[in-house]
Design a protein around this ligand. Structure first.
Ligand code: ADP
Ligand code: MG
Length: 391
């Protein structure tokens, strides 16, 4: 699919702007602080209903105004067109999303309709950042190809929220009898168990499938000396090196973890086990030795890993959606060239030419000539203080 046009009203520094995009490369040039990233942020709001930068909606409303309106026209792989609108009112906190004329009330029925892969300087901390950053990244990726996963995840998170608030309240108020709390927590545990099993099972399955994309992509960028490895870290694997569990094994291990930690959870006022505490570990196999990225990687290796990861997401979504009429995802590259050296930029430019619609923001106009050689169709924009001019 691709984004044909975008219209912004009172969105950040855009008062009222329209963009008509190219199905190939869209090159967005401008000096720092003029509004390039804001355009990509608006696109991510249309596709995810959230900003890829995790900015709050009220921060996205133009200063002095009370609401933003974003609308976009998409065309999918079979040529059919659809319009998506999203608005937010900072006074009433009302956020509304329309897909065509239908108001979207269930996000899991919308996410994935317009798949997106985003790479921004913010992602460069994926390898070194918190487990939450990595979970969020992969949750969003899997959600774009699996509505069931997103729906399970939302249900699970709701239960964890309720369980946590019970545990916290109990620590603060001591208003329940010990037996009473144990019963209530046990009840939440039985509610969340099946969802937790499904989520963990899906994540293990995902890692198994995703591996080939990352290896292939890494190979194209740096050669075969380094092999990227992603593993899933969870307390359910305690005491074993085999992580290829089936659902019943996950269930029985998680069940005993939840039981054995019941008292510890009540004491600490926090739920301690389950997929919301798990982690993805990135490592690199370098000439046969495995290095954990968090401790051993150089700055350049971190960047290469993240770039490969993101470009692999493209392949993963593309292949998983190939039997739908949605088509390939759109790729947003926010200011990433300034973070990479020339040889990496050249490799990446070559790699992405086979991609679908691509948006690249940069402060360096020189990249345009190079990219034009690789892309059949290119459209370039100059962004000056919230206004747009064609180049
Ligand atoms: N809510 C807002 N209202 C008005 N302007 C905003 C708002 N939020 C951010 N901006 C402006 O947007 C600009 C930054 O845009 P950005 O897209 O990040 O620039 P860049 O071209 O460097 O990517 C800054 O000038 C900032 O003041
Ligand atoms: Mg920017």
């Amino acid at each position: 699919m691709f984004l044909e046009e975008l219209h912004l009203i009172n969105f950040k520094n855009y008062r009222n702007s329209s963009f008509s995009f190219n199905p190939g490369l869209n090159f967005i040039y401008g000096e720092n602080g003029n509004g390039k990233t804001n355009i990509l942020e608006a696109i991510s709001l249309l596709c995810y209903s959230k900003s890829f930068l995790m900015n709050s909606d009220s921060d996205c409303v133009m200063h002095g105004e009370n609401r933003y309106d974003i609308s976009g026209g998409f065309e999918n792989a079979s040529g059919s067109k659809s319009r998506v609108k999203i608005s937010y009112n900072r006074d009433t906190f009302a956020k509304e999303l329309y897909y065509g004329n239908e108001k979207v009330s269930k996000l899991n029925e919308f996410i994935g309709s317009f798949p997106l892969v985003v790479l921004s300087p913010y992602d460069l901390k994926l390898t070194s950042g918190t487990p939450q950053d990595r979970r969020r990244n992969f949750d969003l990726l899997i959600s774009q190809v699996s509505r069931v996963y997103l729906s399970d995840l939302r249900d699970y998170n709701k239960i964890i929220k309720q369980k946590n608030s019970l545990l916290r309240e109990n620590v603060l108020s001591r208003r329940y009898q010990p037996m009473e709390v144990r019963d209530m927590v046990t009840l939440w545990n039985s509610e969340l168990l099946e969802l937790a099993v499904k989520i963990i099972f899906r994540r293990l399955d995902f890692i198994e499938e995703f591996r080939k994309y990352v290896e292939e992509c890494f190979n194209k960028i740096v050669g075969t000396r380094y092999i990227p490895v992603i593993t899933y870290e969870s307390d359910i694997f305690e005491g074993t090196t085999d992580t290829r569990f089936d659902a019943s094994e996950i269930r029985s291990r998680l069940k005993s973890l939840l039981d054995s930690r019941l008292d510890a959870e009540i004491k600490r006022g926090l739920s301690l086990s389950g997929p919301h505490r798990d982690n993805y570990i990135f490592s690199m196999n370098k000439d046969g030795t495995l290095f954990d990225m968090r401790t051993f990687a150089s700055q350049g290796e971190h960047k290469t890993f993240v770039v490969s990861l993101k470009l692999s997401e493209f392949g993963y979504i593309k292949e998983n959606l190939q039997h739908t009429n949605i088509g390939d995802p759109v790729l947003l590259l926010d200011d990433v060239f300034s973070e990479l050296d020339k040889s990496r930029i050249a490799k990446i430019s070559q790699l992405i030419t086979g991609f679908n619609q691509v948006f690249i923001t940069t402060t360096d106009i020189d990249h345009l000539e190079v990219l034009k050689l690789s892309f059949k169709e290119t459209k370039a924009f100059n962004i000056i203080n919230g206004t747009v001019q064609s180049i």
